[in-house]
Design a binder for this molecule. Structure first.
Ligand code: PLP
Length: 345
């Protein structure tokens, strides 16, 4: 279930906090496949720029006919430059080849495509190292179909690198160098994602004027810093699944143990006979380690592609076949549940 009111409230709160630091928020929708209700809630909460990793998701938002800007977050595929130029107002880039392709395509379409250049400050996902930034700027400024709008970085996603004031100062410094060497002022300095908002309390350095926020708005959480955001709702989304079997069974499998359905060797602790419930949902739809049952006394044991197995021995409520149980989701479980076509939204 999606509680749009909570998403809207989370958005309003985040937008206000960011504003105090002179920062505009971009709403990131990739965690929910740009679901219509979520986009609408974010829009009414004050988001006027939406970003997503996938063109398909941006196309959903485009079809909603809101007065918003659409940014492509993941570096564009060269094979998709035509769509990128047609459907988005701006894309994030690091590769000269792609920038050239975007520029040519924009010229063909009689448009100017806006770009941000990504710098890698240490998380080792996308972006050029800072030593290669100025040469990339020089090449970008020479392209006629493209307008350079700013510099951006991302941390916490691959390397799990924590955000720091030092990284933000590096961005500001690079932006000053662009002004100094090329006489060109970039409009945007995009400091990162939800994780970077942890620096609000320390004072974000003057000059950083944009953050790209998904998780913080959606579930009021910051995974990188393992930090619930205070005053935010963490339960705008909940997942419901139906019980299809309840049986008492041993907790240790009977027979020789090989590998499970996913090629992993499972480990079990013998806790005697336990009461177990099987729910009609599986790893295809959700990530078991990233969801929490709302009913007390119920523990997730595991499962397979289409089955979720719970230990309900300690549950005081008498569970029944056909009964629906609810779960709270963290980001990776939310992502998978929203992507699964088997989960009704
Ligand atoms: C996913 C993503 C974001 C948003 O991250 P959250 O942690 O959900 O706020 C921001 N920037 C880039 C480049 C991303 O890929």
């Amino acid at each position: 279930m999606i509680d749009s009111t909570k998403i809207k409230e989370n958005t309003i709160r985040f937008v206000q906090e960011a504003k105090k630091s002179g920062i505009e928020l971009i709403g990131v929708t990739k965690g929910v496949c740009a679901h219509r209700d979520v986009v609408e809630a974010m829009y009414h909460g004050g988001i006027k720029i939406f970003a997503d990793s996938r063109l398909e998701n941006l196309a959903h938002i485009e079809a909603m006919n809101l007065q918003v800007q659409l940014y492509l977050l993941r570096l564009p595929m060269v094979s998709q430059v035509e769509e990128v130029v047609k459907r988005t107002h701006l894309s994030f880039n690091s590769q000269e080849v792609t920038l050239k392709a975007l520029s040519n395509e924009a010229e063909n379409q009689g448009r100017i495509h806006q770009v941000m250049l990504m710098v890698d400050v240490g998380d080792l996902r996308e972006g050029v190292l800072s030593s290669k930034f100025l040469p990339l700027v020089e090449k970008t400024l020479a392209l006629k179909g493209i307008k350079l709008m700013g510099i951006a970085t991302n941390v916490g996603c691959y390397g799990g690198v924590l955000p720091s004031i030092k990284q933000l100062e590096e961005l500001i410094d690079l932006s000053s160098k662009v002004r100094e060497y090329f006489g060109y002022s970039m409009e945007m300095i995009s400091g990162g994602n939800t994780a970077t908002s942890i620096l609000f309390s320390q004072g974000i350095p003057q000059g950083i004027n944009q953050l790209r926020i998904g998780e913080g708005i959606l579930i009021g959480f910051d995974s990188t810093n393992n930090r619930p955001l205070e005053g935010f709702y963490h339960d705008a989304f909940s997942l419901e699944a139906e019980i299809i079997e309840i049986e008492e069974k041993p907790s240790y499998p009977i027979g020789e143990i090989g590998r499970d359905a996913f090629g992993e060797i499972p480990h079990f602790q013998d806790r005697g006979i336990r009461k177990r419930a099987i729910l009609a949902i599986g790893r295809q739809d959700v990530e078991f380690g990233a969801m929490t049952p709302l009913l007390e006394g119920v523990e997730i044991l595991g499962g397979s592609s289409d089955h979720l197995i719970l230990d309900s021995t300690l549950c005081t409520e008498r569970l029944k076949v056909g009964q629906v149980l609810s779960f709270n989701l963290s980001y990776s479980a939310l992502l998978r549940a929203m992507t699964s076509t088997y989960v009704q939204k």
